[in-house]
Write a protein that binds this ligand. Structure first.
Ligand code: ADP
Ligand code: MG
Length: 241
């Protein structure tokens, strides 16, 4: 589903350049549940944003569903994002002056779905995520976990093939984080590819494949079967966390 070949990305920093991704080769199959790890500043968000067509890359090739993703206009990128992908962010990114239902319905507004229909679908997704009673509440009346579930409902409403989540549990306490990860697992069980960024080992250990970034390159890929070893290796850290 996703193939990256020798992807490079730099940011202009005044007169100098910050070379963030230095030749990323990566394949992710349809239906995989993947986490991207690495220290702060290692390029995790940059990579996720390129995968989600929120940002361009400088060199290399990116294929998504067999399409070559290159030099797209913002209009074309927006259309592809609408059709194919859903996003979840650490800070939820809900619109503060819209209620839960309206936030969930928003992607359908951009698809031209009529208000009655999109609100009805939003209620279905809120129900699915156990938030039906909160439909008419504003984001500031909701807990972090509830806000993230609303953001997840919003990501799911346009029936994406892949969900990109950038530190989706980064602003949540441990038990709420695990609830969100359970939801991610269920989403993946329904056949949606899930790619999430995290710097928490226990969160990464819940996925099927861990991609470790270091100094702008892939340092290591740990697959499902090897996760027990990974858990063991970090059990000390987990115990003290
Ligand atoms: P991570 O998500 O792993 O913490 P990022 O991908 O956000 O890392 O950032 C990688 C590096 O690129 C960091 O040093 C960051 O400061 C820098 N960076 C990220 N976005 C920009 C930008 N828009 N302009 C300039 N530098 C950026
Ligand atoms: Mg980041």
């Amino acid at each position: 589903m996703i193939t990256l070949n020798n992807i490079h990305k730099s940011y202009e920093m005044g007169s100098s350049k910050l070379h963030v991704l230095k030749g990323i080769d990566l394949t992710i199959d349809k239906g995989e549940f993947v986490s991207i790890m690495g220290s702060s500043g290692s390029g995790k968000s940059t990579l996720l944003n390129i995968l989600g067509m929120l940002d361009n890359y400088d060199q290399g090739t990116y294929h998504l569903n067999g399409m070559h993703i290159v030099d797209m206009s913002e209009k074309k990128a927006a259309k592809l994002r609408n059709e194919l992908v859903g996003f979840v962010f650490q800070s939820f990114n809900l619109i503060s002056f819209k209620n839960a239902m309206e936030n969930v319905a928003l992607p359908l507004y951009y698809k031209g779905v009529k208000r009655r229909k999109r609100n009805m679908l939003a209620m279905e997704y809120l129900d699915k995520l156990g938030l039906k009673e909160w439909a008419h509440h504003m984001p500031n009346e909701l807990s972090g976990g509830q806000k993230q579930r609303i953001a997840i409902a919003r990501a799911l409403i346009s029936k994406p093939q892949v969900i990109f989540a950038d530190e989706p549990t980064g602003a949540l306490d441990t038990s709420t984080s695990y609830e969100v990860m359970e939801i991610m697992k269920e989403i993946n069980n329904e056949g949606i590819t899930v790619i999430l960024v995290t710097h928490e080992h226990d969160i990464a250990a819940m996925t099927q494949k861990i991609i470790r970034l270091k100094d702008g390159q892939i340092d290591q890929i740990i697959r499902n079967g090897d996760l027990s070893e990974f858990r063991y290796k970090y059990s000390k850290e987990l115990q003290t966390a």
